[in-house]
Every structure is written in C-alpha cells, then in structure tokens.
Design a protein around this ligand. Structure first.
Ligand SMILES: C[S@@+](CC[C@H](N)C(=O)[O-])C[C@H]1O[C@@H](n2cnc3c(N)ncnc32)[C@H](O)[C@@H]1O
Length: 279
C-alpha cells in the first residue's frame, strides 16, 4: 500500500480550527504527518523532499513539486451548469447512470467525475471513490466534506447558485476510500455496483501542462492491469467504463468497445457491457 509522509505547515499555529484540521489529516489512513520546521520548508538538506500540506485560514493545499494542488470543484461546477441547461456530458453518456445507482469510481483523483456522477444518481444513489494516493484521498475527502456542509461562495447568477447547491448535495453521497483499486474491488461481492469507472493517469504520463503536473507528484501513474478489469466486470452489474486517450490501444488491450462521438475531443470512452444487463 502506498503510505505517504507529508510535512504539515499550519500558517497560524494557535488557531484552534487549523489545529483541528491538522489533527484530522494526521488521523487519515496511510499518512504520516511531520510538523514543519523552517529548515524543512526551505528544502533543508536533512529532510527528504516530502510534499508540504499547507493548512491556512484561506484553505488547504498541497505543495508537491513546483505547483500547489488543492481540491476545487470548479470543473464539476461548470459541467453541472451545462447539464442543468440540458447540454450533454460525454462522461454521463458513457456511464449511463440512473437515479438510485451505485457508482464505483476506481480512480477518484480530484473527484470531478465522482461529483458529476453523484449529482446524476440523486439522493437515493451512492458514489464510492477509490484513490491510491493517501494524501490525495484525504485532500479530496476534506474538500468534499467542506462542500457538503454547504460552504459555497455567494453568487448572483441563479444557474451558478443552483449548481453549487446540487454539488453540495452530491458531495454528501461520495464515500472516499484510500487503497489500491484491485485490492478493494476484490473485496466486493459480485454485482455490488451498477457501474465501475476508470480514468487512469497513464495517458497523462507525457503531459507537461501545469494543471496536471502537481497531480503527477502524488498520483499513481501505472497502466491498468487486465486482472483489475476482470474484477471490475465481476463487481459491475451493468457496465465498466474506461476513459483514455483518443483511439488508445488500451481499449483493445483491456477489452473495451470505444463509444462513438467526441470527434473533436482528445479522449474516448470505452465500455464493457455486462451480458444480459440490457445496456
Ligand atoms: C486522471 S486521475 C482521475 C481524475 C478523476 N477522474 C477526476 O475527475 O478528478 C487518476 C487517479 O487514479 C489514481 N489511481 C491510479 N492507479 C490507482 C489504483 N491502482 N488504485 C486507486 N487509484 C489509482 C491516481 O492516483 C490518480 O489520482
């Protein structure tokens, strides 16, 4: 299992709320929090280059590599606004979720797709998100619980305000699980989830964009194993979905049928339909 050592920097060490946050992070599975020292924050020679978790009055972020990594539902917000306007979402077309579904996101990352899925399955549904990086899992879990508390910015635009409300409710339906997806999938009974989804880091390995770089520092970038897909097929009732680079060989290697559409997109979605599931 991928345990992580992280240095914690509390900007106002006497602030009880920030101390509480720090304690919460120290209790999350897989994480060892080291208290910051000026030397370690300056990259002192004695300390290995661990990521730094900054706990501030304005929010929490991880400094890994050159860029900050924080949980922010901005992309999910945009997508939910489009969905509420009746516009399509390729991810939703691929996963084909229905109200009340159980959706298992086996590569949670920053939780954008999980939030969109949680909005779609509604109050009776459930989303479980598996993330291999313990610090990423904790960062997203913290962000989701803050969002679920309705701690949203005040906005004038009624569509945006509605989307924030939808996201706050959706966040309450997401359970974040730290671990390796193969190990966790193997522990679920057959047909436990309606849909199992993978959006691996693998296709991003050569990507140099600033937005994805901090994720690289902490995320697992391995390719998917055939054994993992076999477990996902056992656990999924209706379908297993894979997001990958356009026309990627990963689809045929792992047995996915590419869904048509997205001519101008750089990604494709592949589907394995469960026999007799009628979808
Ligand atoms: C491209 S990101 C997913 C982005 C996500 N769909 C979103 O909307 O934010 C892929 C994530 O999968 C995680 N991951 C890769 N291999 C994993 C594994 N074996 N078990 C669990 N998570 C894994 C990575 O650590 C990374 O955070």
């Amino acid at each position: 299992m991928n345990h992580a050592t992280v240095i914690v920097n509390i900007t106002h060490p006497r602030d009880a709320d920030l101390q509480k946050k720090s304690l919460w992070f120290s209790e999350q599975p897989g994480i060892t929090l080291l208290t910051s020292s000026p030397k370690s924050l300056a990259g002192g020679a004695e300390e290995p280059p661990y990521p730094i978790l900054h706990i501030t009055r304005k929010g929490i972020y991880l400094e890994a590599g050159d860029h900050p990594l924080h949980f922010h539902p901005s992309m999910a917000l945009l997508r939910v606004m489009q969905i509420l306007r009746g516009e399509g979402d390729r991810f939703l077309e691929a996963v084909d979720l229905r109200a009340g579904d159980v959706f298992l996101d086996a590569t949670l990352g920053l939780g954008t797709d999980a939030l969109v899925a949680a909005a779609q399955v509604g109050a009776q549904g459930k989303v479980m998100g598996i993330e291999h990086s313990p610090i990423l899992a904790a960062l997203v879990k913290d962000g989701l619980r803050t969002l679920a508390q309705g701690d949203c910015p005040r906005v004038q635009n009624p569509d945006k305000a509605k989307a924030w409300q939808v996201l706050a409710e959706a966040a309450q339906r997401i359970e974040v699980l730290w671990g390796d997806h193969l190990e966790l999938l193997a522990g679920y009974p057959a047909a436990f989830a309606d849909v199992v989804y993978f959006d691996p880091m693998f296709r991003h390995t050569r990507e140099k964009s600033a937005s994805i770089r901090p994720l690289h520092e902490v995320a697992n970038s391995c390719s998917l194993q055939g054994e993992t897909i076999a477990e996902a097929c056992r656990v999924a009732k209706r379908r297993v979905v894979l997001k990958e680079r356009k026309a990627s060989r990963e689809f045929s290697r792992l047995g996915f049928e590419i869904q048509e559409g997205g001519n101008y997109s750089h990604v494709d979605y592949g589907i394995i339909h469960k026999e007799g599931a009628g979808s």
